[in-house]
Design a protein around this ligand. Structure first.
Ligand code: FES
Length: 138
């Protein structure tokens, strides 16, 4: 069976599957999501800045912020543009911002300008109100 016959036997359904997986793997998004498993003690005075809406802390290379809506969010500190550790939470725009060359990202890590085109690794958060701890994980 030659290549043309093989592709013909796969049919249009298989071609669609192959195409969609390529679309996912061929984007410019190069976010690197490392394994993250942090527990942030919100009673610790060192973490007081994240208790304020719009505030953030940096722990182990992760920026952990509280949005103006009171949601806790987390992202890598390392920018996907030039790998500088300059990512911050910008409460005025409710976006992730790199202070090095102004890359901007949605809270989901989608790039919003050319320098942010490679996206940003973001992490999940969960507040444990029984212990007043914030879990940050990948
Ligand atoms: S290193 Fe972040 S925009 Fe360049």
């Amino acid at each position: 069976m030659n290549r043309k016959e093989f592709i013909g036997k796969l049919g249009i359904g298989a071609a669609f599957v192959l195409t969609t997986s390529c679309l996912g793997g061929c984007t410019r998004d190069k976010r690197e999501v490392n394994n993250v498993d942090l527990t942030i003690d919100l009673d610790d005075p060192d973490n007081a800045d994240v208790l304020v809406a719009g505030g953030y802390i940096i722990v182990d290379g992760i920026v952990i912020a509280q949005t103006l809506n009171g949601d806790y969010i987390a992202a890598t500190r390392t920018c996907s543009h030039d790998q500088l550790n300059e990512i911050l939470y910008d409460a005025s725009s409710d976006e992730w911002l790199c202070s090095a060359h102004s890359a901007r990202f949605t809270l989901d890590g989608e790039g919003l300008n050319a320098n942010g085109a490679n996206g940003l690794a973001v992490y999940q958060t969960q507040l444990d109100i029984s212990t007043n701890e914030l879990l940050v994980f990948s």
